[in-house]
Design a protein around this ligand. Structure first.
Ligand code: FAD
Length: 492
């Protein structure tokens, strides 16, 4: 008998669960996503930290603590298997007052309770020896060796690519309106494109997982509140940029303000922590107050470059559950329903461990015994021309002249890479968009933020898909650039 598992949501949680279930025999996986592509929700706008686990209170949130520590380990395996950009950098939780020092000591204790290796207390000069650029006035820091940094969208995309290669099906532009329950059992989901039958439904709908759970008649008091986090991105060539991940001492609301160099080499500071109203699940605005606050907080711990070097502001929304507790549960009534809801930070870190945990509770609650597939296909994440040596680039161009045609000058992305990104997008069944190319290649992430390359990318998408140029999608709507503008640009 084949078990059909419908996963609602292609964020990092849905993608991790899809990957784990796609490696099991006699399980058919269908991932349903309301957006045109994967990773357009919470998972695309975060700090990208793979947390060590010493910031999780094991008494208040035992599951979060356990899965965070496990997830930190599994990402190392998955990223080396699938070539996902990940680096272990180590992290300094910096304190600047005696009160913060007392607070920071708590995390050394949590590290022991959670079995997090490599956590120690550093005082004064020891911090400066580890990271130049740290404000000389800092008192000390908690160092955690196993902190890492990942590209969250490349991780999510690659997991979906691997799921599809192992038999999963992705349905984009498909919004689940309700989970269908009949006689105490899950029957499938009703979507904007019709009904999909299924034996098991995994609700991994991020900010909307509360509303979706309510359609199945469960967790009626469970409400997810968006907690906004704003960020500032600086150019890649700013100096100094920290090698180690830095952040201020956490508060009850957040893990503190981070100062990090992303996997793609930009300096990033953020996030803020602002509780919004329940119905503000799309409010990703940035505000002057929020951004000012970030500069002020980050400057306490690091030498922040001048504002003229800022290239972008953005914000993400944490799906904040009541009491901060993740809701991960398999129900026997209605049989076949699984909630993986309210996965706030450190959800990115814990995602692989959450996926294995979901497999475990499905076996337990639904009385099933899963067997792994004999052969599991591996798809590697896209390689970047900009990270190769001149000799390697020369070889690539000889094999394929499209590598010699640069589309994005800021991040040195070639036409060949854009074409590969589009091929991969179509292969998983997603819709090619300018955003999708950006997440897969970094074209548009650079200094000019796409003002130069956006039209080039749009033209390539138009050529590959046959869509008229004005209908190519950017930020959820057609770009609306017509032939006249293209011609004008060519004249110039
Ligand atoms: C500011 C900020 C900073 C963070 N920093 C970190 C960090 O450094 N490290 C860390 O470990 N964690 C971090 N997190 C937490 C982490 O980003 C989240 O825990 C994780 O991304 C949640 O993933 P998800 O798959 O549950 O949600 P999402 O990525 O939102 O995925 C849910 C998907 O479901 C889709 N969907 C919703 N409703 C429907 C429907 N009805 N039908 C079909 N599809 C639907 C959405 O479009 C979306 O694609 C941070 C979060 C924020 C906001």
């Amino acid at each position: 008998m084949v078990l059909r598992v419908i996963i609602v949501g292609a964020g990092v949680i849905g993608a991790s669960i899809a990957y784990v279930f796609s490696t099991i025999k006699n399980v058919e996986v269908i991932v349903v996503e309301k957006e045109p592509d994967v990773c357009w929700g919470v998972s695309k706008a975060n700090t990208g930290i793979i947390h060590p686990g010493h910031e999780e209170d094991p008494r208040a949130h035992p599951l979060r603590a356990k899965l965070c520590v496990e997830g930190n380990k599994i990402w190392r395996e998955w990223s080396s298997l699938m070539n996902i950009p990940f680096e272990e950098r180590g992290e300094l939780m910096i304190f600047t007052t005696l009160e913060e020092r007392r607070e920071a000591l708590k995390y050394v204790e949590f590290a022991k309770l959670n079995n997090v290796p490599g956590v120690s207390l550093l005082e004064g000069q020891e911090v400066l020896m580890l990271e130049r650029g740290v404000a000389p006035s800092v008192l000390g820091a908690v160092y955690a060796k196993t902190a890492g940094i990942i590209s969250p969208f490349e991780a999510t995309i690659t997991l979906i690519e691997n799921s599809v290669a192992n038999g999963a099906k992705l349905l984009v532009n498909t919004e689940v309106k309700r989970i269908i329950i009949e006689n105490g059992e899950v029957r499938g989901v009703e979507t904007n494109r019709g009904i999909i039958d299924g034996d098991v439904v995994v609700n991994a709908a991020g900010l909307y997982s509360d509303k979706l759970a309510h359609t199945a008649g469960v967790e009626l008091d469970f409400k997810i509140r968006p907690r906004r986090g704003q960020y500032i991105v600086f150019e890649r060539d700013v100096e100094p940029k920290p090698r180690v991940i830095l952040h201020t001492t956490p508060t009850p609301l957040t893990k503190g303000v981070y100062v990090v160099t992303t996997v793609h080499g930009n300096l990033l500071i953020g996030p803020t922590a602002e509780d919004l109203d329940y119905d503000e699940k799309e409010n990703t605005a940035t505000t002057e107050t929020g951004l000012e606050q970030l500069i002020k907080e980050a400057s306490k711990i690091y030498r922040i470059p001048p504002r003229s070097k800022v290239i972008r502001f953005f914000s993400g929304l944490r799906p904040e559950p009541p009491d901060g507790n993740w809701l991960i549960k398999a129900y026997d009534d209605p049989w076949g329903l699984i909630s993986v809801a309210g996965i706030r930070s450190p959800g990115l870190t814990a995602a692989p461990a959450i996926a294995y945990y979901v497999k475990e509770i499905v076996e337990e609650v639904f009385d099933l015994k899963f067997e792994g597939k004999e052969e599991i296909k591996v798809i590697k994440s896209m390689e970047r021309m900009a990270e190769k040596s001149y000799k390697e680039i020369d070889k690539l161009i000889r094999q394929n002249p499209d590598y010699g045609e640069v589309v994005c000058y800021c991040n040195v992305v070639s036409k060949a890479e854009v074409l590969e990104a589009l091929r991969r997008t179509l292969e998983i069944g997603a819709v090619p968009t300018i955003d999708g190319v950006k997440f897969r290649t970094t074209a548009g992430f650079g200094r000019c933020q796409g003002s130069k390359c956006r039209i080039n990318v749009a033209q390539i998408i138009s050529e590959v898909t046959g869509k008229p140029l004005h209908a190519v999608m950017w930020r959820r709507s057609p770009i609306g650039i017509g032939d006249v503008k293209v011609l004008l640009r060519q004249e110039i």
